[in-house]
Design a protein around this ligand. Structure first.
Ligand SMILES: *Cc1c(COP(=O)(O)O)cnc(C)c1O
Length: 364
């Protein structure tokens, strides 16, 4: 049997008429940038999350950069963020000229360690930029208290966490700002790059509308320095169509995750914090002989990935930050042991049973 890590073709097949119609409408309108599809999607996405405003941008990475810019964060400022994320989280801080201050993660949840984060707060700290890793919520309620106490901004990297909740409240609604990615492989994925910034703060919202559109208020009246980072109409049309399916897709992923959890007694799996509900962007297991397991699964037709094999502080591009090996021992250890196994709504029961069977045989 062959099991892909992700099967976007199967997803497309399951929603094809709606997607084709949505794209055709854009083609027929020949309105490609800042049009009615984006406006509608922004409203629908904000409503889905339970937040006042949403701003569509060209990618999750741009969303992070624009968020930091909108808060006035730049040279001389520090932003606290986890060492074990996708590189874009740290890269965005570097992009605005601020200094990323990295923090280790918890050994069971893999989320940013809040006690260690608090110790890193200095006079230069302007914001905390946590990540809801693998689609599971980080301790965002506790972080909210922490930023209040120290008068900092809170920006949620929710790039992986569309629909994730903590105590029934969607993540992305806790911080001053939150950023989502619509990279094709995310739980809500476009047919290209895309992202959104969400907020309840009207001033930030209005500033972000300008920042993503050359700093314009009215056309050709450039009030602030901005960039070109807009979610285009074709992507917005696709996302509107997919957003309707997201609750069902997330539910299906949850069912698959529960089945994995019941089946793998011998494996360590990502712990979800109390009151939290993951959208299971990826399903992570932790094993000592990870590379051997990965080869074994591959030889049995099962694709896996590692999110992420090298922590950010050990990446060549970020050597200049001055970190070294053993600075974040938990993140370093976990990076050698984690493995993401297939989990997507289109995964069939047979395929999942096959994965479970193979994994059980490996433990024996
Ligand atoms: C995907 C991702 C991003 C970047 O999003 P893009 O849309 O690919 O730019 C940022 N942070 C995290 C945690 C991500 O997983």
């Amino acid at each position: 049997m062959k099991v892909l890590f992700l099967d976007l073709k199967a997803q497309y097949k399951s929603i094809r008429p709606g997607i084709d119609r949505a794209i055709k409408e854009v083609l027929e309108s020949q309105h490609f940038v800042l049009g009615p599809k984006l406006e509608a999607f922004e409203k629908e996405f904000a409503k889905y999350l339970g937040v006042k405003y949403s701003v569509g941008v060209a990618s999750g990475t741009d969303g992070l950069i624009l968020s930091l810019l909108s808060l006035g964060i730049g040279k001389g400022d520090e932003v606290i963020t986890p060492a074990n994320s996708f590189v874009a989280t740290t890269a965005a801080v570097v992009a605005v000229g601020a200094k990323p201050v990295l923090v280790d993660c918890d050994k069971d949840t893999y989320q940013i360690d809040i006690k260690k984060a608090e110790k890193k707060i200095t006079k230069k700290t302007k914001a905390i930029l946590p990540v809801h890793l693998y689609g599971a919520p980080c301790e965002i309620d506790k972080l909210k208290k922490l930023v209040k106490k120290h008068k900092l901004f809170l920006v949620e990297d929710s790039a992986q966490a569309h629909g994730t909740t903590l105590n029934g409240k969607k993540v992305g609604t806790f911080g001053d700002l939150a950023v989502f990615s619509f990279y094709p492989g995310k739980n809500l994925g476009a047919y290209g790059d895309g992202g959104a910034i969400v907020t309840n703060n009207k001033k930030l919202y209005e500033k972000l509308l300008k920042l993503r559109n050359h700093g314009q208020g009215k056309k050709y009246f450039h009030q602030i320095h901005g960039i070109n980072s807009r979610l285009d109409e074709i992507q917005a049309a696709v996302l509107r169509e997919k957003l309707r399916h997201l609750p069902v897709w997330n539910r299906k992923k949850n069912q698959l995750a529960q089945k994995y959890k019941e089946s793998f007694r011998g494996y360590k799996m990502q712990k979800i914090i109390s009151g939290g509900k993951s959208n299971y962007y990826v399903f992570v297991i932790e094993v000592g002989n990870r590379d051997k397991l990965r080869r074994y699964l591959f030889n049995n037709g099962i694709d896996t990935l590692i999110h992420y094999p090298i922590p950010i502080h050990l990446q060549k591009a970020y050597n200049f930050l001055g970190y070294k090996k053993k600075d974040f021992p938990v993140a370093e250890k976990v990076a050698k042991r984690i493995l993401s196994i297939p989990i997507y709504p289109e995964l069939t029961i047979k395929q999942q049973e096959y994965i479970i069977e193979k994994l059980k045989l490996f433990t024996l």
